[in-house]
Design a protein. Structure first.
Lengths: 409, 295
């Protein structure tokens, strides 16, 4: 199982190894209904592997892995949206995801050379593990990616929003012992940092340094839902479906699901026409400004959102304001919710990429910000130049005046 | 509380994002050199989840972290929250630069060093670090330990006789309604605590116990070093090639500023002190939202 004790494959000439082939992605669904991120991952996988195969004159596949109860129908859809093959694990016990169970199954499936041979006979014999692996960066996929890659003993980057495959010359103290070496077919995984202003490129690389030689495959990542586009559904696409028969003998009884209840989130964005968010720009007098934001939201029937830095409780303000508004469950952006209200108002939000990703599909966007250089300016329809404490009271007065006029009419 | 419950909490020293302590560069990125460090907010929540078990089940608690010697600050802050009995610092120069897999390797050996004949029943960790934000270290440590992993836990109860935990998990997925899932798992388990976790002490005896342990915690942190044990790589018994930079499959290849995307909207610029212009904005807002009149 361990990649640790193997030396470079075969003659050692092909340093990237021919034991690692294809792109495997873990399809997510809600009791048989694929989540949008599944099609988004497939779209990106299709684009990447089409380029990969033409650049490297190869025939590597996009393989979707789906676990669930009664998931026949999904498999066809996965093929229509870009999969060359689907490995299906269909069993009544798999109705809902359970990390411990799914991790074992996915690790087995991903290391199964028999399936790889069926999917692509030309690469089957030497197959040990996938070359690349995609998961969704959500409540299920984030943890699953971590445990699967711990089991497969390879590297993982989380929350990716851009991917490039290519050859790189690497000089690294540990990986190459300081020598410049060429690495082929490397997945460059871009992740925005918490500020939303920096992009970090993560690579998963074999250790070529003779003293710590080790192969790290698959190169894996979790992908932020909502960033990649699916390819158009094409019902003439064909693909192979391979069944993995679940060995329920000695099945994992460690975890038992007792109940599942749908809840209405305390913070409800979907039911509102307006979402009003605030960011660090309210920092001159946070308590007063948050009160103003709350008042404005009330006037417009809006739900309140925040930028990521606000969720880290940057201000000490009295309760209940602090625990009501400076919280992670109000974050709009890639590490929070994605909203698309008819009206989005951003107060003191600079417009980091990770925030924009969460609101860019809004109907009409108004920003209140004193800094005309703030990136939010390029993402709004009306930019009110000014500080929150100056603008909001006037806006409130205007809204109330116009509403009163309307009543009189 | 005859049956014994043994708990570990994994915490992390992180940048302090509170105003006055955090420092941003002019381009909006974090100025790490000028920013202070504290116990991460998610680590603090994990510590309070452990404290719940102390109050309710009389659990014995060890708080652990991997980091440089200054990371003992995080342990001290976590002790104040959890009334931890023991503090563990896993510190060695060779641990630095570790990615999540290499960090999990150290933490696995660290948890194994917690004393006593019985193994640890529950390991808690935070949802994610507020600087790295990967959320991978917890589940990877769980897997290496061979513990059942339960993520996004918002509350839990333990049956000490049957050695099982019943945990409530919050699951929210793209385009679906949020779900609260109740699961039962045999101990030992590894729990990452959801940001929305809150402890409830429902009985008077629990509230009294809570006050007693809080007082004990305040006394303990006065001399927290008496509770602190520091382990280096050799003492932990880790394989040096599996930790730190050599043990990390991933590297950071480059860090760049995210290029400004082209403008996706063309903004009309309004002077925020001009009430006439703001009147037009208000009108536009009302026309979009069609807020019920007189509300």
């Amino acid at each position: 199982m361990s990649a640790a004790d193997t030396t470079a494959s075969g003659s050692g000439q092909d340093e990237t190894g021919c034991n690692y082939r294809h792109l495997y992605l873990i399809a997510e669904h809600d009791e048989g209904r694929p989540l949008p991120v599944t099609f988004e991952m497939l779209g990106e996988a299709r684009r990447l592997m089409d380029d990969f195969n033409s650049n490297y004159s190869s025939y590597e596949k996009v393989v979707a892995v789906v676990l669930g109860d009664n998931v026949k129908k999904i498999c066809e859809e996965l093929i229509f949206y870009g999969a060359d093959a689907v490995i299906r694990v269909d069993h009544p016990t798999l109705r809902y995801p359970i990390n411990a169970v799914d991790t074992k199954i996915i690790s087995q499936v991903a290391s199964n050379s028999g399936y790889a041979s069926k999917i692509s006979p030309e690469y089957g014999k030497e197959f040990r593990k996938p070359r690349f692996m995609f998961f969704s960066a959500d409540n299920v996929g984030r943890h699953l990616s971590a445990t699967v890659l711990a089991e497969l003993e390879s590297g993982l980057a989380s929350d990716i929003n851009k991917l490039v495959i290519g050859d790189l010359e690497i000089r690294h103290e540990h990986k190459t012992k300081g020598q410049a070496l060429k690495y082929e077919k490397i997945l460059q995984m871009y992740r925005p940092d918490f500020s939303g202003f920096l992009w970090t490129t993560i690579l998963c690389l074999d250790n070529r340094n003779p003293t710590i030689k080790r192969e790290y495959h698959p190169q894996a990542c979790s992908i932020i839902p909502g960033v990649f586009s699916p390819i158009p559904r094409n019902t003439s696409r064909e693909g192979l479906i391979v069944d993995h028969i679940l060995d329920t003998h000695g099945a994992d009884k460690q975890v038992k699901i007792l109940s599942r209840k749908v809840i209405k989130s305390a913070v409800d964005y979907d039911g509102r026409k307006t979402v009003l968010s605030f960011g660090r720009g309210i920092g001159d007098s946070p308590e007063e400004n948050i009160k103003l934001v709350v008042e404005l939201a009330k006037e417009l029937g809006a739900e309140i959102g925040v930028s990521l830095p606000i969720s880290k409780k940057p201000y000490s303000i009295p309760e209940p304001l602090s625990s009501q508004y400076l919280t992670p469950d109000r974050v709009i952006g890639t590490s929070g919710r994605k909203v698309s209200p008819a009206l989005y108002i951003a107060v003191g939000v600079s417009g980091a990429m990770q925030h924009i990703a969460g609101m860019k599909d809004s109907g009409f966007v108004v920003a209140i910000n004193p800094d005309e250089e703030a990136p939010i300016k390029d993402e709004c329809d009306i930019f009110i130049k000014g500080k929150a404490e100056v603008v909001i009271p006037q806006l409130l007065a205007e809204l109330r005046r116009q509403k009163a006029l309307e009543v009189q009419r | 509380m005859s049956s014994h419950l043994k708990i570990a909490v994994i915490v992390k020293l992180e940048p302090d994002f509170s105003e006055g302590n955090v420092s941003y560069n002019s381009d909006g990125t974090l100025n790490r050199a000028e920013t202070k460090s504290i116990l991460g907010p998610h680590s603090a929540i994990a510590s309070s989840a452990a404290f719940f078990a102390k109050v309710k089940y009389g659990a014995e608690i060890t708080v652990a972290t991997m980091g440089p010697p200054v990371a003992d600050v995080a342990l001290r802050q976590a002790q104040l929250i959890s009334d931890a009995d023991f503090l563990h610092l896993y510190s060695d120069r060779i641990f630095s630069g570790a990615d999540t897999l290499a960090t999990a390797e150290v933490l696995k050996f660290g948890i194994g060093k917690i004393e006593g004949p019985e193994e640890v029943d529950i390991v808690f960790s935070g949802h994610r670090a507020s600087d790295g934000e990967t959320g991978q270290t917890g589940p990877q440590t769980a897997w290496k330990l061979g513990y059942t992993f339960l993520g996004n836990v918002i509350g839990y109860d333990i049956d000490l006789e049957k050695r099982v935990v019943v945990a409530r998990r919050l699951i929210s997925l793209q385009g679906t309604s949020d779900i609260i899932e109740e699961v039962e798992a045999n101990l030992p388990v590894f729990i990452t605590v959801d940001p929305s976790y809150k402890s409830f002490f429902s009985t008077i005896s629990q509230r009294l116990a809570s006050a007693k342990y809080q007082q004990e915690a305040e006394n303990r942190v006065q001399n927290y070093k008496n509770h602190l044990k520091i382990f280096n790589a050799q003492q932990l018994g880790v394989d040096p090639s599996l930790v730190g930079l050599p043990g990390s499959p991933t590297i950071v290849y480059k860090v760049e500023k995210i290029p400004k995307a082209g403008a996706s909207r063309r903004a009309l610029i309004v002077d925020g002190s001009d009430s006439l212009q703001l009147s037009t904005v208000a009108e536009k807002m009302l026309s979009i939202t069609k807020v019920d009149i007189g509300q």
